[in-house]
Design a binder for this molecule. Structure first.
Ligand SMILES: Cc1ncc(COP(=O)(O)O)c(C=O)c1O
Length: 367
């Protein structure tokens, strides 16, 4: 058995696809690898909330939500999020991966059709696979292709779900949410929009892109581990759906609830993000500046907002350049094949509201 594993690992090394765990300097101003877009992970108000809650309740949650782990502050978090997003109900999960891979198979099964954008996150794709539904993928953000797939396939299935991210984690671009929802309505399909990278950063008061575009998908997914500086995730949906998940979703039922300080800090983060317009504006200005400066050096960055990617084809070439950037003190995600298609290997720069023009100038100097 181990020799089979070794063979696979050797071939991953051969193709420069071998993964290892990097140690990142989190306090460096040249950290472009973090999803902590609003610097909330180091915000002292979150520490205080966490420590106060811990002093009162302890550290671990001591059980699953259905047993001893359902703290009143978890319910408060769910109610505040539902109000914030204008949704009937919210249910908190331990992580986005757990949510996406657990919720989709709970709600959809082998007689259903699920159509997803080709660039959707692995957790969504795994959820679709685990459901046993017929899966189709539409070309990235291509609404004509989505329409075509719906026209050809929809009538053979009772239920249909279409899935997208609102701001894509790899290309940093936005989904055409209005057309997406219009197509779903036309074909009587449910919609799931993963707002992991837009929540807190985009839309009025950080409410995300669905809110900004005035679309109301059947399910909105958000995570706390990115702009909210914490960890965990939530689904916003109807009361019936959430009650069903509480009763039937194994990924919700059979797991220990989030630790107490995490829940308290997340409540605090939710209160703070609503007043962070300055940070959001700064992120947009920094993103535009970075794009402009790289363009002056003839590099085109992908992405419209705080996630900007530089296509740098070839795993080997990417890793060599990555080492040079690392030596210069710059931490940036080198995204290789097979996470992205061959030829689309890239550096993904995640901007934080603490990045200054000087930080950007330093990075641009390295190219
Ligand atoms: C779009 C998207 N959805 C879900 C997840 C998973 O969330 P979590 O890190 O909370 O498991 C991620 C990234 O981690 C993501 O980028």
């Amino acid at each position: 058995m181990e020799s089979d594993l070794q063979k696979t690992l050797a071939s991953l090394k051969e193709s420069s696809s071998y993964r290892y765990l990097p140690i990142v300097d989190h306090v460096s101003s040249y950290n472009f690898q973090s999803n902590d877009y609003l610097n909330l992970a180091t915000n002292t108000a979150l520490f205080d909330a966490a420590s106060d809650a811990m002093k009162h309740y302890g550290f671990g949650s001591t059980g699953s939500r259905l047993l001893s782990g359902n703290y009143d502050m978890l319910t408060t978090l769910e109610e505040s999020l539902a109000t914030f997003l204008g949704k009937e109900r919210v249910l908190v999960f331990n992580s986005g991966f757990q949510l996406n891979s657990g919720v989709i198979p709970t709600l959809y099964g082998k007689n259903d059709l699920i159509i997803a954008d080709k660039y959707c996150h692995a957790s969504l794709l795994d959820g679709i696979k685990f459901s046993g539904a017929t899966m189709k993928r539409f070309n990235h953000n291509d609404m004509a292709h989505l329409n075509d797939l719906l026209q050809k396939n929809r009538s053979f299935y009772k239920r249909c779900l279409i899935v997208t991210e609102s701001l894509f984690s790899m290309d940093g671009d936005r989904a055409p949410l209005k057309s997406f929802q219009d197509l779903a309505d036309k074909h009587y399909a449910d919609t799931m929009v993963d707002e992991a990278h837009s929540l807190g950063v985009l839309g009025e008061a950080g409410r995300g892109l669905c809110f900004q575009e005035g679309v109301s998908p059947t399910y909105i997914v958000g995570t706390f581990g990115k702009a909210m500086g914490s960890c965990g995730a939530f689904i916003a949906a109807s009361t019936i759906v959430c009650d069903y998940l509480i009763n039937c979703c194994r990924a919700f039922i059979y797991t220990t609830a989030l630790p107490v300080p995490v829940i308290a800090a997340t409540n605090q983060a939710l209160a703070l993000i609503q007043h962070m317009d300055l940070e959001r504006d700064h992120l947009h200005v920094t993103a535009r500046y970075f794009t402009k400066m790289m363009k002056q050096k003839s590099y085109d960055l992908l992405g419209d907002h705080h996630i900007l990617s530089l296509i740098y084809p070839g795993n080997r070439a990417l890793l060599d350049r990555y080492s040079q950037l690392k030596d210069a003190g710059i931490a940036v995600a080198a995204i290789r094949h097979p996470t992205v298609p061959k030829g689309k290997e890239r550096f993904r720069f995640s901007l934080k509201s603490s990045h200054t023009k000087a930080d950007i100038d330093y990075v641009v100097e390295q190219f």
